[in-house]
Design a protein around this ligand. Structure first.
Ligand code: HEM
Length: 401
């Protein structure tokens, strides 16, 4: 099934492919750079330059009908406040507002707390025969960090995270129903709405309070504050985006460094390499590997017209392994020079939490190396998470010598 020759087959809901999609994506890049899948009726771009260009071209490839294949196909009505599902000009207004309250200063001020969350998670495990990169660290530290930033009480953070986790799970071999439960559904929306109401009467120094107070000019030129529904949407999106992806990054850190013990030993001895290692991990195993878009006008790729109304799947994780951009792209190398990769997307929707995610990834790695310089993956008990949005581990137990 292809648009421009070749018989490579890519199925986003096939767990065997999802286990290691890179050989299939390499075939798409080499043989069918514009791919068409008849079964689920979508096109796909897989080369770095094509994915990057399409992510920038927000007029032809919009996010307003969703950015996940099954959501766009279902015609599900997107609730307001999800900037990831908005297009300019509304997107830019809402994003500007969010970046005003989500500042680099606020992010870097979190470092001591993040280290404390890591210590809480890891110290009790020192002296044990192993630990789980997801259960003990990946599912803990990002949740505590985003929960603190947003102002969600610790007692409710786990339930929110678990509902978000549950809502993302998919079944083998079928396109999931887009029910609105992706992102945690009614439970998470109701819980967050209750905090927003409570915060309105009890202001604090958290992001929720800032969002409640922020004034902005909307697309009609009216100076106003965000509606309750918009704030609930913002907080919901940040809770989901802030938890899931960073959890997966921490899982990949455990897996990939176990497979590259020499590079891990270098990191143990020279922590100045940690930021580069995290950048290479993001390139090598992008936690959010696929972004879908609705096509608003006929576009042409490799001599084939993609008709208006189609769904285009942008394989950013494939772009990150494109040999046309990164020499020896399938090799993990913490010394690699990376001008930019596509793990955080590109263009108007470039990840708003990138600085936070990078900091979390660096601190998590540093704190693990402080306590555990070596580990092996316990493959008998490792479990891959099955979702159509994030790719990574649900359980990644490791054994320490
Ligand atoms: C390793 C961790 C992360 C990865 C790999 C990641 C990846 C991405 C990607 C690929 C996009 C673009 C989506 C698109 O083009 O449709 C995105 C957008 C976004 N991310 Fe992240 N993300 C991470 C962590 C975070 C964190 C920690 C937060 C917030 C606390 C966050 C908040 C957002 C938001 C709000 C957007 C939407 C931006 C917009 O539409 O303008 N992300 N992220």
């Amino acid at each position: 099934m292809s648009a421009a020759g070749g018989d490579a087959y890519y199925d986003p809901y096939d767990f065997d492919i999802d286990t290691d999609p890179y050989p299939v994506w390499k075939r798409l890049r080499d043989e069918t750079p514009l791919y068409y899948n008849e079964k689920y009726d979508f096109f796909a771009l897989s080369r770095f330059a094509d994915v990057e260009r399409a992510l920038v071209d927000w007029r032809a490839y919009i996010s307003g009908k969703g950015t996940v294949l099954e959501i766009i196909r279902s015609g599900y009505e997107i609730p307001p406040g999800s900037i990831i599902f908005e297009d300019p000009p509304t997107h830019d207004i809402h994003r500007g507002l969010m970046s005003r309250v989500f500042t680099p200063k606020r992010v870097s001020a979190l470092e001591p707390k993040m280290r404390e969350f890591c210590a809480d998670a890891l110290d009790p495990l020192v002296g044990e025969s192993g630990f789980d990169f997801i259960r003990h660290l990946g599912a803990q530290m990002p949740m505590r960090t985003i929960g603190m930033l947003l102002g969600i009480p610790e007692s409710d953070q786990e339930a929110i995270r678990d509902h978000i986790d549950e809502g993302l799970k998919i079944k083998e071999g079928e396109m999931p129903q887009a029910t609105g439960q992706q992102g945690g559904g009614d439970f998470v929306t109701k819980t967050i709405a209750a905090y927003v109401d409570w915060r309105a009467d009890h202001p604090s120094d958290d992001l929720m309070t800032d969002l409640l107070n922020a004034e902005f000019e909307d697309h009609t030129g009216t100076l106003r504050r965000l509606t309750r529904e918009e704030i609930v949407g913002y907080v919901n999106l940040l809770a989901a985006a802030g938890n899931e992806t960073t959890t997966r990054l921490i899982g990949w850190t455990g897996k990939v460094l176990a497979e590259n013990p020499d590079q891990r030993a270098e990191l143990v001895n020279d922590r100045t390499l940690v930021p580069k290692a995290i950048e290479e991990l993001l390139r090598y195993e992008a936690p959010s590997p696929v972004q879908a878009r609705y096509v608003t006008a006929d576009v042409e790729h490799y001599g084939t017209t993609v008709p208006q109304g189609s769904v285009m799947v942008l394989l950013n994780a494939s772009g990150n392994r494109d040999e046309r951009k990164f020499p020896d792209a399938d090799r993990f190398d913490i010394h690699r020079s990376i001008d930019h990769h596509l793990a955080f997307g590109y263009g108007v929707h470039f990840c708003l939490g990138a600085a936070l995610a990078r900091l979390e990834g660096r601190i998590a790695l540093d704190e693990v190396l402080n306590r555990f310089p070596e580990w092996d993956v316990d493959w008998d008990n490792a479990v891959q998470a099955r979702t159509s949005t994030v790719r990574g581990w649900e359980r990644l137990p490791v054994l320490v010598p």
